[in-house]
Every structure is written in structure tokens, then in C-alpha cells.
Design a protein around this ligand. Structure first.
Ligand code: NAD
Length: 289
């Protein structure tokens, strides 16, 4: 099976490497020539050239607008993609934009599936990501993409129609962002009282304050103050914003989500470009005084 892979950043690069390691024929493209060059002969000079022979086009880009550009823009994948090919958008994109993009691609005989991922760079390297798949409710369609999805991920959940994966991903990350913010505040509060951060984290991890972030990045990035997990604060803030947009569109009053979005936007405005999401802890310390 021929695959075009577009977007070779923190996540896309190891995901594309997993596909190559598992025997797929992959042509890659990234707007940054240095990222593409690392793939040698497998790199293409444009999305159109990457997609020319592809059965499946995988996108792993910062947001849905950029996915649209890589597919429909100048020298975009659509210029050469065969009818009956499938696009799998693994980026964390906006669900509404995905539904609109799906209709535009369908007019050219191309099917769009959303399959955002969770697990970060370490699981992308291992090919053990969690995938939330939208738009592949049809079993025949799912059977065509299944080998590709299984090469990148271990826990695959079919969540519903097109856009359902992107909605689920935004909601998941909004919960993770709120949890990280609450845990950072707890740590700052405990330290001010005189508790040692490693002991306090141990308490959380053996008690009801435990979470995915307390068990992972608080231990590996925040306590050692390395703040380099490989997920940009700008991307996390975008994800919380997508969940907040969904809330606004549906007219719900969800104050935790609204507060989380406001806090992450404030942290982002206060941080240098490229800051890792784990540095939200530094923002919490600074703001706590
Ligand atoms: P990244 O910024 O490291 O990588 C994005 C890549 O896209 C870069 O290499 C960039 O050069 C390339 N790019 C930008 N515009 C392009 C264009 N027009 N055409 C082709 N390439 C282009 O981002 P990332 O951390 O890999 O995240 C990618 C997506 O995955 C985002 O939607 C993010 O929210 C999501 N995500 C990230 C993580 C993580 O831990 N980093 C985890 C889960 C999901």
C-alpha cells in the first residue's frame, strides 16, 4: 500500500518512521525542507508529488486550516490524489472544519477520516498511540485504513461520524489541561506551606489526586524542571480553544472549561514562542507570586 505522509514534526516524524518500519511504501512532505530531507529518497517536494501514487494520505499538521491548505492549496495533495483514495487527518483539527473539508473532498471522490492521536512523542515512536477515529463507521472503509491505523496506534476507538474524533480529542485535551493546571496549583500551594514537591507528588500519585499528568509529565518534566515533553503550549492552548468553541456553538454554560481556556491563553501570552506545555507550571509559580 502506498502512503503519502504530510507533516513531519514532533509527532509526524516518528509516525511516518513507524509506517516505513512496518513495510509501507511512504512518500513524505513537510514545508520545512530540512525535516523532509531526513527521509532521503522518500521525500517529495510538494504535497501533490507525495500524493501522486498514494492509496492513503496521512496528515499530521498543527491545525485544520493548515490541513486544508496542504490538501486544497497550491500544489496540494488534491492536485494529484486518485479518486477513491482516503485522507486520514491525524492532526488535532477543528471538528466543524473537518466536516466541511470532508464534503469538499467527497466531491472529488476522496474520503476523509479524522483520527487524532493521544500519547505524545514516546508513544508515537513506539507505534502505541491511542487513536480516536471519526468518519469510518462503514466496515469496508474501516478495513481499508485499519492496517495503517494499527501501524501507528495500539488503542483504537471508533467514536462516530466524521469530526467525532476531532471533537473527542479536543474534549480530552481540555480535561488534561484543566488537570495539569489544578495539579500545578496544588504543588505551588503545598510548597509554600513547606511540603517537598517530590513527596507531595507521591501523595497525589497514591491518592485521589492522581492523574495521567501527575503520573507522567509531573515526574519526568516538571519536578526536574526540564519542561521539554515535545508538545507545544501553543498546540495545547489551541486544543482547549477548540473545546471552548464547541461549548460556545452548543450554547452550554461550562465554567471550568471557560476558565481553563482563559488560563491557558494567559499562560501562552506570557511565554516565549515554542514553550512546552509543561511550562504551564512556571506560569503558575510566577502568577502565584
Ligand atoms: P509540530 O509543530 O512539531 O509539527 C508540525 C509540522 O508541520 C512541522 O514539521 C511543520 O514544518 C509542518 N508544517 C506546517 N505547515 C505545513 C504545511 N503547510 N505543509 C506541510 N507541513 C507543514 O507539531 P506536533 O507536535 O507534531 O503536532 C502536530 C499535531 O498533532 C497538532 O495538531 C497537535 O495538536 C497534535 N498532537 C501533538 C502531540 C504532541 O505530543 N506533540 C500529541 C498529540 C497530538
Amino acid at each position: 500500500m502506498n502512503i503519502a505522509f504530510i507533516g513531519l514534526g514532533m509527532m509526524g516524524r516518528p509516525m511516518a518512521e513507524c509506517l516505513i518500519a512496518k513495510g509501507f511504501s511512504v512518500r513524505v512532505y513537510d514545508i520545512d525542507p530540512a525535516s523532509s530531507a531526513e527521509f532521503g529518497n522518500a521525500s517529495a517536494p510538494s504535497p501533490a508529488e507525495a500524493a501522486a501514487e498514494a492509496d492513503i494520505i496521512v496528515t499530521m499538521l498543527p491545525n485544520g486550516e493548515i490541513v486544508r491548505q496542504a490538501l486544497l492549496g497550491e500544489n496540494g495533495a488534491l492536485a494529484s490524489a486518485a479518486p477513491n483514495s482516503i485522507v486520514i487527518d491525524t492532526s488535532s483539527s477543528d471538528a466543524g472544519g473537518t466536516v466541511a473539508l470532508g464534503a469538499e473532498l467527497a466531491a472529488h471522490g476522496i474520503t476523509l477520516i479524522d483520527s487524532p492521536v493521544s500519547g505524545g512523542v514516546p508513544m508515537a515512536r513506539e507505534g502505541t498511540l491511542a487513536l480516536m477515529v471519526g468518519g469510518a463507521e462503514d466496515d469496508t472503509l474501516y478495513a481499508r485504513v485499519q492496517p495503517v491505523l494499527e501501524a501507528m496506534g495500539k488503542r483504537i476507538v471508533r467514536v462516530g461520524g466524521l469530526g467525532a474524533g476531532h471533537a473527542a480529542k479536543a474534549i480530552n485535551n481540555a480535561i488534561a489541561a484543566a488537570t495539569l493546571a489544578a495539579t500545578a496549583e496544588g504543588l505551588v500551594l503545598g510548597e509554600k506551606f513547606g511540603l517537598k514537591p517530590d513527596i507531595l507528588l507521591d501523595v497525589f500519585n497514591n491518592s485521589t489526586g492522581r492523574s495521567a499528568v501527575s503520573e507522567s509529565v509531573f515526574r519526568t518534566q516538571i519536578l526536574p524542571r526540564t519542561y521539554a515533553q515535545g508538545f507545544a503550549m501553543a498546540l495545547m492552548t489551541k486544543d482547549v480553544g477548540l473545546a471552548e468553541n464547541l461549548r460556545a456553538q452548543l450554547g452550554l454554560n461550562l465554567p471550568m472549561l471557560q476558565a481553563t481556556c482563559a488560563q491557558w491563553r494567559e499562560a501562552l501570552a506570557d511565554s516565549a514562542p515554542g514553550t512546552d506545555f509543561t511550562a504551564y507550571h512556571l506560569f503558575t509559580e510566577k502568577r502565584a507570586g
